[in-house]
Design a protein around this ligand. Structure first.
Ligand SMILES: C[S@@+](CC[C@H](N)C(=O)[O-])C[C@H]1O[C@@H](n2cnc3c(N)ncnc32)[C@H](O)[C@@H]1O
Length: 187
C-alpha cells in the first residue's frame, strides 16, 4: 500500500494524535475501512458510532468488522451524519472522521452534499471535546465536481482561530485534482 495515500495518511495522523480507548465517530461509513481502523483504535474501552445513508454501506461495514473479529465496541447507524447530535452528547467525542464523496463500487450519484456536509461538520464541532480532533478527506473533480470542496474549505477557513486550529494538507505536485486531507483541533 502507498503510505502517502490519503486515507492511510489520515489514519497515521489520527493515530499520532488521538489516545486509544476514546469515543469516535465515523461520519461516512462507506465500505467500513475507517470504521474498522477506529474500532481497532478504540479497543474494548472505546466506542465508535458510524453513519451512512446507504444500507449497502452498513452491510459492507458489518461484514468487514465481523471478518476482523470485531463484535462489540461499535454502533452502525443508517442515518445522515447531519443528525449525529441525536446520537452523541455535546462535548463528549474525541475524534470525528469524514471521508466525503460516493461509496466506492456503489452508485456515484449518491454522495455527500455541500449543505449537509457543512451541517454535519458544524454539529460535529459541538460534539467534540476540547482537545478533540476532526479528520476530513475531501475530493473534487470527476463525478464529485468542485462545489463541496470549495464550500467546506471556505467554511473551515472562517472558523475562529481562538477556538480551532485547522491544517489543510496539499498534494502539491499531483495532477488531476488530488484529494485534500484536513485536520482540525478544538482548543
Ligand atoms: C467515500 S465514501 C466513505 C468511505 C469509507 N469511510 C470507507 O472507509 O470505505 C462516502 C460515503 O458517504 C456516504 N454519505 C453520503 N451522504 C451522507 C450523509 N448525509 N450522511 C452519512 N453518510 C453519507 C455515502 O453513502 C458513502 O458511502
Amino acid at each position: 500500500m502507498d503510505n502517502s495515500q490519503i486515507t492511510h495518511w489520515c489514519h497515521e495522523v489520527i493515530h499520532s494524535q488521538v489516545k486509544e480507548g476514546g469515543r469516535y465517530i465515523d461520519a461516512t461509513m462507506g465500505n467500513g475501512n475507517d470504521t474498522l481502523f477506529l474500532c481497532e483504535l478504540a479497543g474494548e474501552k472505546g466506542k465508535v458510532t458510524a453513519f451512512d445513508i446507504q444500507e449497502q454501506a452498513v452491510e459492507h461495514t458489518k461484514a468487514l468488522l465481523e471478518n476482523h473479529g470485531i463484535r462489540e465496541n461499535f454502533r452502525l447507524v443508517l442515518d445522515g451524519h447531519e443528525h449525529m447530535a441525536e446520537y452523541e452528547e455535546p462535548g463528549s467525542v474525541d475524534l470525528i472522521c469524514f471521508n466525503f464523496g460516493y461509496l466506492p463500487g456503489g452508485d456515484h450519484r449518491i454522495a455527500t452534499q455541500p449543505e449537509t456536509s457543512i451541517q454535519a461538520i458544524e454539529t460535529g464541532l459541538s460534539l467534540l471535546k476540547h482537545g478533540g480532533m476532526m479528520s476530513l478527506c475531501i475530493y473534487s473533480g470527476g463525478d464529485t465536481g468542485f462545489e463541496e470542496k470549495e464550500a467546506i474549505l471556505e467554511y473551515l477557513s472562517r472558523l475562529p482561530s481562538k477556538n480551532y486550529t485547522v491544517i489543510v494538507n496539499e498534494y502539491c505536485n499531483r495532477k488531476n485534482h488530488p484529494p485534500v486531507p484536513v485536520f482540525l483541533w478544538k482548543k
